[in-house]
Ligand binder design. Sequence first.
Ligand code: NAI
Length: 349
Amino acid sequence: MFEELLEGWDGEEVAVRLDRDLSTWMFVCVHSTRLGPACGGTRLKAYAEPGEALRDGLRLSGAMTAKSAVAGLPLGGGKAVLAVPNIPQGDRRRELFHRYGDLVRSLGGTYVTACDMNTTERDMDVVAERCPYVFGRSVACGGSGSSAPATATGVFHGIRASVAHAFGSPGLEGRTVLVQGVGAVGRSLAEQLAKAGARLKLTDTDQARANERAEALGAEVVVPEEAVGTACDVFSPNATGGILSQETIPELRCRIVAGAANNQLARPEDVALFGPLGILYAPDYVINAGGIIHLASLELLAEDQAKRDERLLGIADTLTEVFEAADAEGISAGAAAERIVERRLAAAA
Ligand code: NAI
């Protein structure tokens, strides 16, 4: 399976380590270093088999190359996956992140890590005890902390740009936005949307979380199974990947899809389904770049908060450029975004 996956991948290299003591496979996927060190989060997850973990890492690392390129950052794309038998806690977790830190250090800065699914700023603090190639440590340990609020702010700017393109004005007063997933990103996004006067519908598989957020923000709760078919102006996926497919896209009852979830499309070619349905799709890696912008701006480029905020606002300009290019050339927004990525990578070659 490894052979087949690697043969079908267009990245640079993969470092693989099997830690027998901890029964953990570690994959560090370096997709591209053309624009700078490959950067992307570390995913901690139990998989049915190691090949599935490698598949995840390869796919996600390519999206990171595109994300940093389109955001204009001096970073390449990478992703690491730690395939564990079960999610470790306490001393075992600490030991795992020390050993993982040794692996990242051995790559000499080719890959810079950060948080992803099931990894936290505390874990990055532990990795940093072994290696310097880490973003997203806690503020107490000298890092810039969670990137989720910045991701949410970037999505908020992106939703305004999408609304402006679809309806002629960026105002959110009275626009209905369905926020799928009110975790770290969705919660902050929902707060910003409520403040801007949007009418909110919230959904989360954690029903108590959805109810609590809805009560605090005066929002309506939608059950997760009905989210895709619920009428709204903007459907904002902020939960999990793969939710937009041949089956679900025709069910959507919205004018815009714009949210933070990574790899929203089940298959990349499904991006072509939106246009004929009159749905404006904000490519995920364009609108959700706020997290990597936060880390790169504050930790790599040593910029201040104001400069970071300016970069977050730039997500709106980039999306507008993507939508206008797509209209002018009669292509999907996904294809227009890819052209920007290709241009930036070619310019650096
Ligand atoms: P999180 O784990 O804090 O929140 C996810 C929320 O979605 C949870 O409340 C969970 O209960 C809910 N959920 C899971 N499956 C669901 C489903 N099928 N329907 C409805 N709700 C569901 O994660 P976080 O950090 O908020 O990230 C959200 C998404 O944004 C993820 O796809 C992540 O990869 C992506 N993202 C996050 C960034 C960040 O800075 N945290 C950066 C870029 C992308």
